[in-house]
Ligand binder design. Structure first.
Ligand code: FE
Ligand code: FE
Ligand code: MG
Length: 166
């Protein structure tokens, strides 16, 4: 890591790297949950849901890029093996064993809510100590908030269509 870049970090860098690695695992799991969900999902409004799931998958992968880049800048080693992902992640991986669209949406909304909680926490601990990480996490959090809303509004449209809401 660059000398000045390191000097301005006023917090425990090893602890920060551990937290960022957990978030990196979260992002890969989120990526796969969306990607495989888009492949297996069945039910009403399937096409709209598949487009959104695929878009979110690419956005989660981009979050992984952002976090991995920051871990390396901080002098850390990004998690090197997929074996570690479910062991270290903050958020659980929810396999879409029931491919019905409302079930898949429910699982992914739960995942986004966990991501929002996790990133809010990381924002809190980096606000003073590491403005560069803070800025990266803020961009990711902004997109997770958008993801939760996108999925919730799809869920609402499906409920309206099925006459579950008036
Ligand atoms: Fe993400
Ligand atoms: Fe997301
Ligand atoms: Mg979206």
């Amino acid at each position: 890591m660059g000398q000045k870049g390191r000097e301005i970090v006023k917090m425990n860098v090893d602890e920060l790297i551990t937290i960022l690695n957990k978030a990196l695992a979260d992002e890969w799991l989120a990526y796969y949950q969306y990607w495989i969900g888009a492949k297996v999902v069945k039910g009403p409004m399937k096409d709209a849901v598949i487009s959104e799931l695929n878009l979110h998958a690419t956005e989660e992968l981009n979050h992984a890029v952002m976090i991995c880049t920051r871990i390396i800048q901080l002098g850390g080693t990004p998690v090197l093996s997929p074996d570690e992902w479910t062991k270290i992640s903050h958020c659980a991986y929810d396999a879409p064993v029931d491919p019905y669209v409302e079930e898949v949406l429910k699982q992914n909304i739960k995942g986004e809510q966990c991501a929002i909680k996790t990133y809010s926490h990381i924002l809190g601990i980096t606000r003073e100590g590491d403005p560069v990480t803070y800025n990266i996490i803020l961009q990711i959090l902004t997109q997770e908030v958008e993801h939760e809303e996108d999925l919730s509004s799809l869920q609402e449209d499906i409920e309206l269509m099925l006459g579950k809401r008036k």
